[in-house]
Structures are given as C-alpha cells and as structure tokens.
Ligand binder design. Structure first.
Ligand SMILES: *Cc1c(COP(=O)(O)O)cnc(C)c1O
Length: 377
C-alpha cells in the first residue's frame, strides 16, 4: 500500500492562508454582491490598456513565451534605470522568493532571518526548502529593530528578508536605516544577501519625493549585497495573472535564470505587464485613490474608537475598541457581504487588516463596522 511518505518538513507544514474569495462568500452566505478588501488588490481593477493587450494576445496562447522574457526585462530596466541583465521576472514575486532560497541556501546547512510577524511566504518557503528560519520579534509599535535582526545573522545565514512598507502593519522605515542594515551585513556577513521586499513601495505618501526617501531603488546606486522585490499584483492590478520581479546582483540574476522553470511567466502575463507600464493615467488614478482612501479609513477607524497603525501601503491595520472581538467583527462583515483580513496567521488574533477600496467600498466598510460596534456595545 502506498502511504505518501512525504519529507518531514512537509508533514508539519502550515499552508499559506489567502484572503477569502468573493465566490466563496457569495455561496456561503447566499449573497449576490460581495466586496473584497482582504488581499490588497487594486481598488480600480485592471487597466483598460491591459485588458486590450491580453485580448490581443489571447489568440497566441498556443505559443510558448519568448525565453528569458527579454521585452519585459528591458521595459523594467528602463522603468527603474537599472541594467536589464539584473532583472529576473517570476510567477509573482512569491516565485522569486522561492527561487532565491533554492539557488542560495543548502538544506540542513544554511539559515535565513526575518521578522516576526512578517509576510508568511518567507518562513513557509524556507521551511519547505529545509533551512533554519530565524525570527526577530518586531518592536511593540511594529517598527524594525535592525540591530536585533543583525544579531541573528552568523556564517550560516544567506538571506535576510525585510518588507518595506511592511505587511501587515504598513510601517515604512527610512531608506537610510535600510542602507545602514545593508552596510552592516556586508561588513559582518559578506555571504548574506539582504532581500528588500518593496511590494507596496508605490503607495508611499507624495509619490516620487517620498519614494526617494524610502526605496533603495530610488537611491541611485543599489548596495551590491541587496536584492529588491517588486510585484505587479498590487499597484499595477495584475494579481490574478501572477507577475513579479527582482532587481539582483547581475551574477546572481544569471544563476536565477538558469534555475527558474523555463516558462513560469506566461505569455498573457508578459503582455499585461508591458501594457501596464504604458498606462500612466491608470497608475496615477490608482495611487491617488489609495492615498485618499487610506487617509479616509485611518481617520474613520480612529473616530470609531479603533487603534490604527500609520500605513504607507494600500491597507490599514487596526484593533477594535476594548470589548469587541476581532473574529466576531470579521463574521459580521462577511454576513454584510464584505471581506477583510483577520491576522491569525500572523499570530495577531485581535488585529485586523483592511485593504483600501473605492470611496464607495470604504464607506460601506465603515458603515458595517459601525453597525457591528453599535451592536456589541
Ligand atoms: C502581496 C505581496 C507580495 C506579492 O506577491 P506576488 O506573488 O507577486 O503576488 C510580495 N510580498 C509581500 C510582502 C506582499 O504582501
């Protein structure tokens, strides 16, 4: 009899917990209209230019994409003003995280370091790859103690993960602090790569001026022990097509291309990414909607008595007033047809995260939340 004798790392595995889907909630609660504010997707949907490009490319679906996605890496090189040879694209930035682990870390020998809580893909994929995962708790206010993170690093450590702005808190450390971390790592652990996950960097306040304050990519010259992760899932509105990328040290990028599954970025995703980079009107509308919505949500949540953490991203983390239960709130909102994100999987059972929606969606969320708080008083 076959007993599926999987590796020990898989036996004890906790799977990634995604936000609930609209279809799932419609069916479960018998609803016809459901709003999803759970997975930090683009409130404006998909760019019309992207939809046209995907439709145009659909008839070519029988073709393999071009090996190495050269048009896309060239466009991204222009966008970030870096050599295209440094760019690796993947099936979401999740694939790049996995790729870096497999290319750089030997199972049973190497370790990675990250904060706790953090984006759960880093520890989950680390665990699957059979490497030691070292975790430094965030400060009480969810800011980063980089000195403490550095103290976890030794000769076995090959990757350090930092998310900025952070998920789920929205905290964004100043660029100078991240640069200092990179310099200290270079000095103390020259074989260790700092992975800076900038999935939400586009949403920092005031656009370009603030991005220069916050993003390592906007600093002009990237330290040579740093990798930057970016994604098309959030500000570009392509979560369902799966497209992310990294800017890497050039030699490492070339090894990653060799190790990557040949066609992990499919033909439609490639065309969509190229079209998205051309639609500046959609991009600007997205950033405006998110920054205004974030302000509105933060203000209204605080007015309703919640504790709200300052966010530089397209979501807001909050806690309910004393006496109100987070899980009961999530359920009440679901019955009202609105999905937000409980943070149990981040070990924060009383914290909640809501993604910025359209102005109408944001107002609906606040109204349902007020109803819930009124009833539980
Ligand atoms: C959403 C998110 C990503 C993006 O993942 P994709 O695989 O590109 O969809 C990466 N990092 C963080 C911290 C995220 O929240």
């Amino acid at each position: 009899m076959y007993t599926s004798p999987v590796r020990e790392a898989i036996l004890g595995l906790k799977a990634y917990v995604p936000g609930k889907s609209i279809a799932e909630i419609k069916e479960k609660y018998g609803l016809t209209q459901v709003i999803k504010m759970a997975s930090n997707e683009n409130p404006l949907g998909t760019s019309p230019l992207v939809c046209e490009a995907v439709q145009r490319a659909a008839a070519s679906s029988f073709r393999y994409p071009q090996g190495g996605n050269p048009r896309l890496t060239a466009a991204l090189g222009r966008w970030h003003k870096v050599a295209p040879e440094r760019i690796v694209v993947g099936n979401g930035s999740d694939e790049i995280i996995d790729l870096l682990l497999r290319v750089l870390l030997v199972p049973g020998k190497h370790s990675l370091a990250c904060f706790s809580p953090c984006f759960s893909i880093y520890p989950i994929q680390g665990h699957i790859c059979g490497v030691e995962v070292r975790r430094q708790p965030l400060r009480e206010d969810f800011s980063f103690d980089f000195e403490a993170l550095l103290s976890l690093v030794d000769d076995s450590t090959r990757l350090v993960f930092v998310t900025t702005p952070d998920n789920p808190s929205g905290y964004c450390p100043p660029r100078a602090e991240v640069e200092h971390l990179a310099a200290e790592l270079a000095r103390r652990a020259p074989d260790c790569l700092l992975v800076v996950d900038e999935a939400y960097m586009d949403f920092v306040e005031d656009g370009e001026a603030d991005e220069r304050q916050s993003s390592l990519l906007a600093g002009g010259c990237l330290p040579d022990n740093v990798a930057i992760l970016r994604t098309f899932s959030k500000s570009w509105g392509l979560a369902g097509l799966r497209l992310g990328y990294a800017v890497l040290p050039e030699a490492l990028a070339q090894y990653c291309w060799r190790a990557r599954l040949p066609f992990s970025v499919n033909l439609l995703a490639e065309e969509a990414g190229l079209a998205a980079l051309e639609d500046m009107a959609f991009r600007e509308a997205t950033l405006r909607t998110v920054r205004e919505g974030r302000q509105y949500l933060s203000r209204e949540l605080a007015a309703a008595g919640c504790t709200v953490w300052p966010s530089a991203a397209n979501f807001v983390m909050f806690r309910l007033p004393e006496g109100a239960e987070a899980s009961a709130c999530v359920d009440a909102l679901l019955r009202g047809g609105l999905i937000i994100r409980p943070l149990n999987s981040y070990d924060l059972p009383q914290h909640l995260r809501v993604s910025v929606g359209t102005p109408e969606e944001n107002a609906r969320f606040i109204s349902l939340l007020r109803d819930f708080l009124g009833e539980s008083r």
